[in-house]
Design a protein around this ligand. Structure first.
Ligand SMILES: [Zn+2]
Ligand SMILES: [Zn+2]
Ligand SMILES: [Zn+2]
Length: 362
């Protein structure tokens, strides 16, 4: 029952379940009340396909372009999935052009993708004019279907991962630079999660402004700052700040966080955990788009007809063209298709992977 949706400019979008069109600000409320959603979910649960689904705590997450919030999406995904699943999804649906690095910022910490592992044996030393054909083999995030399934399972490694021993992990010389009471406390803790919880509480301690006329107060102020720096450093060392961190461990309902794809010509997203609920999820396809914006309309800067191409690297007015008026730029390699993504017209972005290309037909 896929209906053709009329493309309208602006900030509205459609609900995946009832195909209703709603303003960006009203979508969260609508998704709570959508009767068609309830009906379809009950239907899926009873169907043979639904039998393969697993019950899981789900996060409802809203994503939007930081500088172009007319691009937005509502998704649901398991809280126990890892950040890399969300990264994979964002790449596939919205931003992937040439395997740039990406990161999430959650609170004051960054959760990053590692650069591809560098295998020197994969490089051949060749003449300078053949240099263009040098091939570097690395890991990419594309072939992750099997990994996604693993994301939902607890493994033995997780148990070992939680074991914590301060002396084993830190050099004694380094520990001398950490306030003694923190070291003493951490020596009594043998779970990584507990160590992290303790340090996160320490980090919350507010530092009062110093009284400039009181030398003691100024000294204390700087000592407290040093202490917080030490706490931050320990958190960085103890916690997993890779994309393998679990969403449910690093995020909670109401929390805002941020995503950056490509540290050159960046695409920045704002994200927020709207709510959580128990629900069924397909382990093979664990990120569900439940609503997204309708594609904004662009006009040709020459003739006002609907534009389909954008002159890359210069997003904004005056750079969009219909097929006819784009002709003079052909061959310059900077013409990109206008696609429904906050990365439209940036770097070499040509649109989503096949899987998301027809999501809702918008
Ligand atoms: Zn609906
Ligand atoms: Zn690129
Ligand atoms: Zn035109």
């Amino acid at each position: 029952m896929i209906e053709q949706t009329k493309v309208k400019p602006g900030y509205s979008g459609i609900c995946k379940f009832c195909r209703g069109e709603f303003d960006r600000a009203k979508m969260t409320q609508h998704l709570k009340n959508c009767k068609e959603r309830v009906r379809l979910e009950a239907e899926t649960a009873k169907s043979p396909k639904g039998k393969k689904f697993v019950r899981s705590k789900l996060f409802h997450i809203v994503l939007e372009g930081k500088y172009n919030p007319q691009y937005w999406m509502h998704i649901e995904m398991p809280a126990e999935a890892q950040l890399i699943l969300l990264d994979d999804f964002i790449r596939a649906a919205w931003v992937e052009c040439c395997d740039h690095l990406s990161s999430f910022q959650i609170g004051e910490f960054y959760y990053k993708s590692e650069p591809p592992s560098f295998d020197y044996s994969s490089i051949e030393i060749i003449g300078p004019d053949e240099a263009a054909s040098i091939e570097v083999k690395g890991t990419t995030s594309e072939d992750s279907e099997e990994e996604d399934e693993e994301d939902l399972e607890d493994s033995e490694e997780d148990e070992n991962y939680d074991k914590f021993d301060l002396e084993e992990e830190f050099d004694p010389i380094l520990l001398e630079t950490i306030p003694a009471d923190i070291v003493a406390k951490l020596q009594t803790i043998h779970s990584r999660d507990d160590a992290s919880k303790y340090l996160r509480e320490e980090l919350k301690v507010k530092i009062p402004a110093p009284n400039d006329k009181d030398r003691e107060s100024v000294m204390q102020y700087f000592q407290r700052h040093d202490r917080q720096r030490a706490v931050k450093f320990l958190i960085e060392m103890i916690e997993d700040h890779s994309l393998y961190a679990e969403l449910g461990k690093v995020l909670s309902v109401g929390q805002k966080f941020f995503y950056t794809y490509d540290f050159g010509s960046s695409t920045n997203l704002n994200l927020r955990i709207v709510s959580e609920r128990e629900g069924l999820v397909n382990p093979k396809d664990a990120v569900m788009v439940v609503a997204r914006n309708l594609a904004p309309e662009f006009k040709c800067s020459v003739c006002d007809a609907p534009a389909t191409l954008i002159f890359g690297g210069a997003w904004g007015d005056g750079n969009t063209y219909c097929k006819k008026h784009a002709k003079k730029y052909e061959g310059e390699g900077l013409l990109l298709p206008i696609v429904n993504s906050p990365r439209v017209g940036v770097c070499g972005y040509e649109g989503p992977g096949r899987k998301y290309a027809h999501e809702f037909d918008v």
